[in-house]
Design a protein around this ligand. Structure first.
Ligand SMILES: [Zn+2]
Length: 151
């Protein structure tokens, strides 16, 4: 990019130079009739800094955001780290596939208690009850302790 008035940072360089060098700019030596070398440099550096700042990592992720790829990997038994919302999603999908809680717990590498708690922490109350009922039939002791923990 040439150092002339068509440069993207020309306006910034010109403003900087006018403010700092003022009429002295001409004697310092203008480049492209826009700004002195020092202020061109400052404008370009400022621009790079802004670009770097805009490249910073995005804001922290929504904890309820579901990473589909991670969920699908977990559903096949791969050891991926999931958020609680993703664990719930994976458990629900496996349940929808007709898998037993036993198998789901193994797939997701969760204990029965944790799995039932995750499924029970859903928003739909009716669903929670049926899930806990299933868990109860499957592993009475485990579900009982989960119910106690949830209540
Ligand atoms: Zn200047």
């Amino acid at each position: 990019m040439s150092l002339n008035r068509y440069n993207p940072v020309a306006k910034v360089a010109r403003a900087l130079c006018r403010r700092r060098c003022g009429t002295n700019a001409a004697s310092v030596g203008m480049i492209g009739r826009v700004a002195c070398g020092a202020h061109w440099e400052q404008a370009i550096r400022n621009d790079e800094r802004v670009a770097v700042e805009h490249d910073l990592p995005p804001a922290p992720q929504d904890p309820d955001l579901i990473d589909d790829i991670a969920v699908e990997a977990a559903m096949t038994g791969k050891p991926v780290s999931l958020t609680r919302a993703e664990q719930r999603e994976a458990a629900r999908r496996l349940q929808a596939d007709g898998l037993s809680l036993n198998v789901i717990a193994m797939r997701l590498r969760l204990s029965h208690a944790v799995l039932t708690a995750i499924l029970a922490s859903a928003d739909g109350t009716d669903r929670d009850v049926s899930v806990l009922a299933t868990a109860n039939a499957f592993h009475a002791e485990c579900a009982a302790s989960t119910l106690a923990a949830v209540a």
